[in-house]
Design a protein around this ligand. Structure first.
Ligand SMILES: [Zn+2]
Length: 113
């Protein structure tokens, strides 16, 4: 079996096309085709600094806000499920969505009253 086998249980969160097993760990993953339409707020293409595994966030596919996980010289684009202001918030929302919500995060941790 090749790595490129499509898993019909995993679908692009925007267009619904089947994705490969690779995306199983990435909730809200976006397919390559949708990802290619991504722009940032000003309408230009998102930048990517592969040497730093960093780049622009969030990105927009049409009007859908997505966040890119920059890793291994590339990235995975994931659709936002709850409104997030920062990438860290987005990561929290992913973890919160997968685990049982036992403890609520208190607003304002370090340095906040
Ligand atoms: Zn798609």
């Amino acid at each position: 079996m090749s790595k490129e086998t499509y898993n019909h249980n995993i679908k692009c969160s925007i267009c619904g096309t089947s994705l490969t097993d690779f995306y199983i760990n990435y909730p809200g993953a976006v397919c390559d085709e949708c990802d290619q339409r991504a722009v940032i707020g000003s309408g230009r293409k998102p930048r990517h600094w592969s040497h730093a595994d960093d780049g622009d966030n969030p990105v927009f596919v049409g009007r859908i806000r997505c966040w890119r996980y920059y890793k291994f010289g590339g990235w995975i684009t994931m659709r936002e499920s709850v409104r997030c202001r920062t990438y860290d918030e987005f990561v929290d929302s992913l973890i919160g969505g997968r685990r049982k919500r036992k403890q609520r995060r208190r607003p304002g941790k370090a340095g906040q009253p």
